[in-house]
Ligand binder design. Sequence first.
Ligand SMILES: NC(=O)C1=CN([C@@H]2O[C@H](COP(=O)(O)OP(=O)(O)OC[C@H]3O[C@@H](n4cnc5c(N)ncnc54)[C@H](OP(=O)(O)O)[C@@H]3O)[C@@H](O)[C@H]2O)C=CC1
Ligand SMILES: O=C(O)[C@@H]1CCC=N1
Length: 277
Amino acid sequence: MQIVWDVCHTPLMTLNGVIFFLPPPPPPPLRFQDNVHRGNVMGSAPSDKNLIQFKNAGMQTTHCNESVLRSCSVIFLTVKPNILPTVLGEIYSLVTPEHLLISVAAGITVQTLEKLLPAGTRVLRTMPNLACQVQEGTMVFCRGSHATEQDASHLQRLMSGCSLCEETPEAFINIHSGLSGSGVAYAYMFAEALADGGVKMGMPYHLSLRLAGQTLVGAGKMMLETGEHPAKLKGDVCTPGGTTIHAIHELERGNLRSTVMNAVEAATNQARNMGKS
Ligand SMILES: NC(=O)C1=CN([C@@H]2O[C@H](COP(=O)(O)OP(=O)(O)OC[C@H]3O[C@@H](n4cnc5c(N)ncnc54)[C@H](OP(=O)(O)O)[C@@H]3O)[C@@H](O)[C@H]2O)C=CC1
Ligand SMILES: O=C(O)[C@@H]1CCC=N1
């Protein structure tokens, strides 16, 4: 997840340095606004593979996770879930009440995070999706026992520039992982299949791909902007006896909706299992 860029993109507040353990932001031009200064953002990772892009964008970088704790007050934990316990052990002695720790790790519960951190640590558990990188993301989050109202609004303000960001009960975080965190990947598969269909019928691949991408963007935007149920919008596309209803019959034969529901269920259950191990 490339949270760092998204955070910096938002028009808010001074970050006393922020980010931790991240893949890179996309290449410049980055749009830093108001008080968020790229020089106040610090990324840490073992290698330069991703960090080099932080450096190129004028952010601070380090290979020492402890340095981030010493310099930063808002810490995004974006390592893979299986590495998180080791990293929290490493930084444990440096975490103070001044720090706000924000985890994006799939499956890792608030209870686990709090158990691995000093008593009283302010923690937020989140689940973003990849589209935060293009300011069209989704994120849900919940508070740990010591996180405050102010911490929650801080995160919402940080993320408001790049995602729909909702506070939810913790039980919804894994569901959001299955629906949207992973869901962008299902959408890409659908887009790929649309484009392949176009190619099959004789359209060049690059044109087919661009049209498929825009079809998904447009369909999502219609849903959000009209507030209409997707079934209603689907009905609007179906001319009686026309092309769409013939295609929909094929999708129903292939169990599209049931398959997608199964996918959300499988990903949610996997997130739940990851939280147990
Ligand atoms: N990918 C996605 O769409 C989403 C991912 N997430 C969550 O984001 C997290 C990252 O996943 P993903 O983006 O796929 O992972 P990546 O492998 O792309 O990124 C992980 C980063 O962690 C760094 N890292 C590894 N070990 C350490 C360490 N000990 N200390 C500091 N940094 C370290 C790696 O450094 P190096 O560059 O040196 O290898 C790398 O830059 C996971 O917890 C996942 O659940 C959540 C929602 C969506
Ligand atoms: O696949 C994963 O585990 C992560 C979490 C959600 C999206 N990617």
